[in-house]
Design a protein around this ligand. Structure first.
Ligand SMILES: Nc1nc2c(ncn2[C@@H]2O[C@H](COP(=O)(O)OP(=O)(O)OP(=O)(O)O)[C@@H](O)[C@H]2O)c(=O)[nH]1
Ligand SMILES: [Mg+2]
Length: 507
């Protein structure tokens, strides 16, 4: 029969086709019965698919975006945590911004050089300055004078490096005037200071202060050859292809020309001794790249992910970043909105916690706060107020967060951050108890000190906010992308479940 021939027309070597093929010698009645059953099964399967698709659509429409607020004092690592989120969710877009971070790294290098040159100026003008004696070499660590006088060789090096400080002004100028830097450059004469009146309030550097940016300003596009390209195109282009590598005025070119001088300066024993005598610990400061000068000043230097995470650019105001995260278990994608705030004291005092300010609506509706306390700063003071210990300031800020009524239902995730620097300090013999007398005679090792700090921070939360709430505490080093990705994934999972529950999408 022709029907029987057709029924066996599947590929004999295909085991799946063989398994679902109709039986041989099927009678017309059996065939009708089978086709009916198959139709019913298909209908049920289609209904299930439709139901799933409806649920997915519903979930997409109904679930609110997950809102996360990053809080903590200045230099606690908020923007670096945001970079980790970006690297995790949008690695291509993150890496497409490498050219812009290259410029910030150059800015960081010049800032470190400025710190050294300023320290040398102080040393050479101090009345008690003495020429370096054999006993007061860097290796001996002798403290028989407050300062050491730089020798003529070092002063000559200083003179050669002074023009580099122009780069700070030039980069600041470009960042401040994204659309007009060509015109500004034409007007720039050596030694021209950046006029405060010409620098917008959103982006400025005051004498001796850090460059700061409000991320709402489109500064990242300043370092590309075609800044007018539209957003969609920009996402797919690596900005390094848009860098004008042969621009003689590119700060990178100037830095490369002075690279060896900078390396000699940083390696000079009198410089190390001068910094030590003035209590300046550059290696522990933000945006430190002096140990990698030959790499970061190379002609076609491309920052690695790790360099981008270590690049320092202070934040002003609040910036909002949207990204989509997929729950690895349920396969559901959620929109995350992450808010990065500037942590300097004046901003949080004036704007963050006083009622009736424009930041309060953000607090009201957050799913989670990631609070960063840089525990390595136990022996440092605030740059805004040298009378205030940084760890004490973090504790005070945490107490305010824990007791804030607007935040009482918000999930709290505490990052006791910069553990790598904390470990190095304790290993170098810096005594935690000298700065935190309540620590008493406990051992001066990282395990004991971090356990103690975890207990203190958790205790404050329990005391200030007795109702049960979701709280996680992690010891973090947010420039370690692998370890941070694990922490963020756990947190993402917790927040997505919480968010779906809140939206009544799961029980
Ligand atoms: N070694 C180390 N450096 C870190 C860590 N976290 C952040 N940093 C560095 O510390 C500097 C300051 O970090 P940011 O993320 O800019 O700090 P912030 O909290 O955003 O500071 P503001 O914008 O001033 O509020 C950057 O250069 C970071 O690379 C860490 O865990 N370990
Ligand atoms: Mg920041």
């Amino acid at each position: 029969m022709p029907g029987r021939v057709l029924m066996r027309s599947f590929d004999e070597s295909d085991p799946i086709a063989a398994a679902i093929a109709p039986p041989e010698n099927e009678s017309p009645g059996e065939r009708q019965n089978r086709i009916l059953k198959e139709r019913v099964a298909k209908q049920i399967s289609d209904e299930i698919d439709e139901q799933l698709s409806r649920e997915k659509q519903f979930a997409k429409k109904q679930a609110k975006p997950v809102k996360v607020l990053l809080l903590g004092q200045s230099e606690s690592g908020k923007s670096t945590t945001l970079k980790n989120f970006q690297l995790m969710c949008e690695p291509k877009a993150f890496r497409a911004e490498r050219a812009s971070w290259r410029a910030i790294i150059h800015l960081n290098v010049v800032r470190s050089v400025r710190t050294i040159l300023d320290a040398l100026a102080v040393a050479s003008s101090a009345p008690e300055a003495l020429p370096p004696s054999p006993r007061s070499s860097a290796s001996s660590g002798s403290r028989d004078s407050l300062t050491v006088r730089p020798d003529t060789d070092l002063l000559a090096l200083r003179m050669r490096l002074l023009p580099l400080l122009q780069i700070e002004d030039e980069l600041t100028r470009r960042l401040a005037h994204p659309d007009t830097h060509e015109q500004d450059r034409a007007q720039l004469t050596p030694g021209t200071p950046v006029s405060a009146s010409r620098t917008p309030a959103l982006f400025r550097r005051r004498a001796g202060k850090e460059v700061a940016v409000n991320s709402a300003v489109a500064w990242k596009h300043v370092f590309m050859r075609s800044p007018e390209s539209d957003d969609g195109v920009r996402e797919s282009i690596d900005t390094l292809n848009l860098v004008d590598w042969d621009d003689p005025e590119d700060p990178g070119t100037l830095l490369h020309a002075r690279s060896e001088d900078m390396q000699r300066l940083w390696a000079h024993p009198t410089v190390r001794l001068t910094l030590e005598r003035q209590g300046i610990r550059l290696q522990e400061s933000s945006g430190f790249f002096l140990d990698e000068l030959s790499e970061v000043t190379a002609p076609r230097y491309v920052p690695r992910d790790e360099h981008i995470l270590r690049a320092r650019l202070k934040t002003l105001g609040v910036s909002e970043h949207c990204m989509r995260l997929t729950d690895p278990n349920g396969g559901i994608t959620r929109e995350f909105r992450i808010f990065d705030v500037g942590g300097q004291r004046s901003m949080r005092r004036k704007h963050c916690f006083a009622p009736s300010t424009k930041w309060v609506p953000y607090f009201d509706d957050m799913d989670a706060i990631i609070f960063l306390a840089p525990i390595s700063a136990f022996d440092q003071t605030l740059s805004e107020d040298p009378r205030v210990n940084r760890l004490a300031d973090s504790v005070e800020l945490w107490t305010e967060i824990a007791s804030n009524k607007l935040l009482q239902k918000t999930n709290l995730v505490l990052f006791l951050n910069k553990v790598d620097i904390m470990q190095a300090k304790l290993a170098a013999g810096i005594q935690f108890a000298d700065y935190c007398p309540a620590y008493g005679r406990r051992p001066n090792d990282f395990d004991s000190a971090s356990r103690y700090l975890k207990k203190q921070f958790s205790g404050i939360l329990k005391q200030q906010s007795p109702l049960p709430r979701v709280f996680y505490c992690h010891l973090t080093n947010v420039i370690d992308t692998q370890a941070t990705a694990n922490v963020l994934r756990n947190m993402q999972d917790m927040l997505m479940r919480f968010n779906l529950k809140e939206s009544h999408l799961i029980m």
